[in-house]
Design a protein around this ligand. Structure first.
Ligand SMILES: *[C@@H]1O[C@H](CO)[C@@H](O)[C@H](O)[C@H]1NC(C)=O
Ligand SMILES: *[C@@H]1O[C@H](CO)[C@@H](O)[C@H](O)[C@H]1NC(C)=O
Ligand SMILES: *[C@@H]1O[C@H](CO)[C@@H](O)[C@H](O)[C@H]1NC(C)=O
Ligand SMILES: *[C@@H]1O[C@H](CO)[C@@H](O)[C@H](O)[C@H]1NC(C)=O
Ligand SMILES: *[C@@H]1O[C@H](CO)[C@@H](O)[C@H](O)[C@H]1NC(C)=O
Length: 262
């Protein structure tokens, strides 16, 4: 009799368990988006002009935040992709996914009547970006008095930012230096310097052209890297982890597999 009751209870227990499992499966099933559409979600986007935007970058407000990482957010403004730093917006002229680099130009310098930047560049908090080996600085010194000198560096007058009593100068600094030049304000602006750095000064470069060209920043080792894209997949974030989505609907940690190697 007792055994009978026990068996009955056990049977009931199993039935309830099966019901729970069944409903859990239903829930999971209805909450799951088909994998192919997850692949479609992260197709490369574009601001209307400029480079294609894909992992680790994503376009803010385009419904695909999970297609990139927070520090790589891009804001589209006037059809241009912008990267936000602590010192303001920079236009992304180009992205190299292969070299893991971006080419930036200060928004204030586009169509500027006078190439005299007011914004000193500063990386965003916790920025994953770094300068490259091409990095040099243009130092703009505004409102300088007669004792003006940046020790050891040639300077040129920035005439569009000067008048009879207020003089502004620019110097090319291929390496970081401390300055004490008797000016009202100083602004360091990054540029890319090609070739031999030792013999280049403000006198033999075209600084307006350097400003227009912009400067390169690089990043290192994010998520799926290039392997996913090269294998035909698209990276996206899932629970803080990069996952490679493949056209056939499968997912992999790094790249779409050909064979069973990954
Ligand atoms: C972006 O970089 C690629 C590869 O170097 C180059 O072919 C292309 O012209 C560049 N685009 C712009 C707008 O600089
Ligand atoms: C990537 O790096 C190589 C080697 O430094 C360079 O030749 C190429 O122009 C770079 N591509 C881009 C798009 O920056
Ligand atoms: C020279 O320029 C400075 C800074 O723009 C300005 O404050 C000053 O009034 C100007 N002086 C003259 C004489 O134009
Ligand atoms: C130039 O400016 C610096 C710093 O403001 C000041 O110490 C110095 O006396 C000034 N020199 C002249 C010649 O006005
Ligand atoms: C700097 O030196 C290199 C080789 O030493 C030379 O090719 C280049 O023309 C020089 N540049 C300038 C601006 O003098």
């Amino acid at each position: 009799m007792r055994l009978h009751k026990l068996l009955y209870l056990e049977k009931k227990h199993i039935q309830i368990s099966i019901l729970i499992i069944f409903f859990t499966l239903q829930l999971v099933k209805s909450g799951t988006v088909p994998e192919e559409s997850r692949y479609e979600d992260c197709k490369p986007r574009n601001c209307g002009s400029g480079p294609d935007i894909s992992y680790p970058f994503y376009v803010q407000g385009a419904g695909g935040d999970f297609c990139g990482e927070p520090a790589f957010e891009i804001v589209c403004m006037d059809n241009k992709p912008m990267h936000w730093t602590s010192s303001g917006p920079y236009i992304i002229k180009n992205i190299s996914y292969e070299n893991q680099s971006i080419l930036l130009v200060a928004a204030e310098l586009v169509n500027a009547p006078c190439f005299a930047p007011s914004q000193r560049f500063a990386f965003a908090h916790n920025s994953p970006f770094k300068f490259t080996s091409k990095h040099a600085d243009l130092l703009f010194s505004y409102g300088c008095n007669k004792s003006f000198a940046v020790f050891g560096f040639e300077t040129s007058l920035v005439s569009c930012a000067s008048n009879s009593s207020y003089k502004s100068f620019v110097a090319l600094l291929p390496k970081a230096v401390k300055i004490n030049d008797g000016c009202i304000s100083d602004v360091f602006v990054p540029v890319d310097l090609e070739g031999d750095r030792s013999n280049q000064t403000i006198k033999n470069v075209d600084y307006v052209q350097l400003l227009k060209n912009g400067f390169t920043l690089e990043w290192h080792g994010r998520g799926c890297g290039n392997f996913c894209t090269e294998s035909g997949g698209r990276c996206r974030q899932e629970n803080g982890v990069a996952v490679c989505y493949c056209p056939d609907g499968t997912t992999h940690p790094t790249k779409c597999k050909q064979g069973n190697l990954i």
